[in-house]
Design a protein around this ligand. Structure first.
Ligand SMILES: [Zn+2]
Ligand SMILES: [Zn+2]
Length: 350
């Protein structure tokens, strides 16, 4: 059973358990009382950038997509760094993210903007439906007891960090340095699930609505090249060309020079030229999304009804059915749909 905006009925925010999340957004205002020090502003920026690196390079590119290799010690450091962002546990995050790629913008997608902006941005994160760690999706990492522990007690590291910051830097450091940066970090990371499936340009025909967006790449250290990422998710770099800045990747490269990171995966040349929209490849992802939008508009017009519109609506319905049939015929032969079928039916880790 689906709601009007495409969400299943159990895809609902748990308002009660989400109270701390919402209250947290007001905590930085307490700095109006304590005052703001320059030190706390610097700490805010530093904690945003450093933790963004651990989320994008660690939680996302390593744990969800295995786009490079780490030793067991560094693997733990990456997981711990990401856990400090208070965006739930590493196994939870990476496991659910794999599902996003498996079903991107399909009804099973946990946070498609086709289910509404609010839902894709934060609603799914606050919902009971996706509360537990999808262990079957992340069996490759859940074999490590230290990662299972971190995943289970994921609030302990950020809580300890907050206490440490308060003890050393005082209230301003806590309110601005810790809380403000944590909130900015939430929304910075969340834009990749919401805005980068809505605003930006598409280079590759994919079965979803992902975009490349320079601004989102700037605030997320390179994650904004999201259409590149959906096109080839096993790559450690998401900026495919020199002008597509990707700070997380630059840091990974530096870490590889000193031997802490190994086996960095990059897109092969044939991947870079495959499914380019500019070369006329049928963009199935956008077609499907726009078609669904058109159908919703048609349903809304029908619901409004009235004798005057009925004839026109029937004609429009016939046209829509014909367009759907010919697009279906075309897509059956297109390479991209073949790929989509393979992706949906073969459970693929990264
Ligand atoms: Zn996506
Ligand atoms: Zn991904």
């Amino acid at each position: 059973m689906k709601t009007e905006d495409g969400r299943a009925e159990d895809e609902r925010v748990n308002w009660l358990s989400s109270i701390p999340f919402f209250l947290m957004h007001f905590v930085p205002l307490l700095a109006l009382v304590t005052g703001v020090t320059w030190g706390s502003v610097v700490l805010c920026i530093a904690l945003y950038v450093v933790r963004m690196f651990f989320i994008t390079a660690g939680y996302h590119r390593y744990f969800a997509h295995r786009s490079y290799k780490l030793g067991r010690g560094m693997q733990f450091v990456m997981a711990l760094g990401g856990t400090l962002a208070a965006q739930k546990g590493v196994l939870w995050w990476a496991g659910h993210h794999r599902d996003h790629h498996l079903y991107a913008d399909q009804p099973e997608d946990i946070h498609s903007p086709r289910k509404g902006f609010w839902w894709s941005h934060v609603g799914w994160f606050l919902s009971d439906k996706y509360k537990s760690t999808p262990t079957d999706r992340i069996t490759d990492f859940s074999i490590y007891p230290e990662l299972r522990w971190l995943d289970k007690y994921c609030l302990v590291p950020p809580a300890l960090l907050a206490i440490l910051i308060l003890a050393i830097g005082g209230w301003s450091a806590l309110f601005i340095g810790f809380f403000l940066s944590t909130i900015l970090l939430y929304h910075g990371v969340f834009t990749i699930n919401s805005l980068s499936h809505v605003f930006g340009r598409r280079r590759f025909a994919t079965t979803d609505t992902s975009r490349n967006n320079w601004f989102l790449a700037l605030i997320t250290l390179g994650e904004g090249w999201h259409n590149n990422h959906h096109h080839y998710r096993s790559s450690a770099n998401q900026g495919f060309y020199w002008w597509e800045y990707d700070v997380s990747f630059y840091v990974l490269k530096i870490l590889s020079v000193v031997g802490l990171v190994r086996g960095i995966r990059k897109p092969p040349v044939e991947v870079l030229v495959k499914n380019r929209i500019e070369k006329g490849v049928f963009d199935f992802g956008m077609f499907e999304a726009r078609f669904a939008q058109g159908m919703r508009a048609l349903e809304a017009a029908k619901a409004r009804g009235g004798v005057y519109y009925e004839k026109k609506l029937r004609k429009l319905e016939r046209l829509v059915a014909r367009a759907k049939a010919s697009a279906g015929e075309m897509s059956r032969h297109s390479q991209i749909v073949q790929e989509m079928r393979r992706h949906l039916h073969v459970k693929q880790v990264a």
